[in-house]
Ligand binder design. Structure first.
Ligand SMILES: O=C([O-])CC(=O)C(=O)O
Length: 167
């Protein structure tokens, strides 16, 4: 990807991080970069699921329109919620990134996918596909509430979310 967005999470935190009421929240720094772009941002869409990626697949196969898919996987590391096929679909459909509070797989394909990916860990076991989970509900990622329509900014320093566009 050539046109990386020109924000910086440190600058966002310096500009907005001390506001009352808060203008942004920082996701705890436990999500690792497994994707192919170091920096991505966009309005949020959400999925909540447990070891079943039916709703993740539905989301990335629909138009992304520059959004970031935030997946509350309840931090389960037992099964991957996204792999190379879904990452490629996300890139093809215009998603800016996928942030998974859970596991992903197919590292080499994720690295080549053209989409930003953050997750807790790699796990080679595939997800269940039993039509479970919800889309576009408020989720809580590592203690931070993230709602559909919030903005998410991810770069080499971290991930911040805000109810409004900051940059
Ligand atoms: O089985 C799945 O849906 C996850 C996966 O490996 C892929 O996206 O390639």
């Amino acid at each position: 990807m050539s046109n990386l967005p020109a924000f910086n999470t440190c600058d966002l935190c310096d500009a907005h991080g001390e506001a009352h009421p808060p203008a942004l929240w920082v996701l705890p720094p436990v999500l690792r970069d497994f994707g192919s772009v170091p920096r991505f941002a966009g309005p949020v869409a959400t999925v909540r699921c447990l070891e079943d990626n039916t709703r993740v697949a539905e989301a990335v196969k629909s138009p992304g329109e520059g959004r970031v898919l935030v997946v509350d996987g309840a931090a389960s590391l037992r099964r991957a919620l996204c792999g190379g096929n879904l990452a490629a679909a996300a890139a093809q459909n215009g998603w800016a990134g996928i942030v998974v509070d859970g596991a992903v797989r197919d590292l080499a394909e994720l690295r080549a996918s053209g989409v930003g990916i953050r997750a807790l860990a790699l796990q080679p076991l595939r997800p269940r596909k039993n039509d479970q989970g919800q889309r576009d509900v408020p989720v809580t990622i590592r203690g931070v509430e993230v709602r559909p329509g919030y903005w998410l900014y991810a770069d080499e320093d971290g991930i911040v979310v805000s109810p409004r566009a900051l940059a």
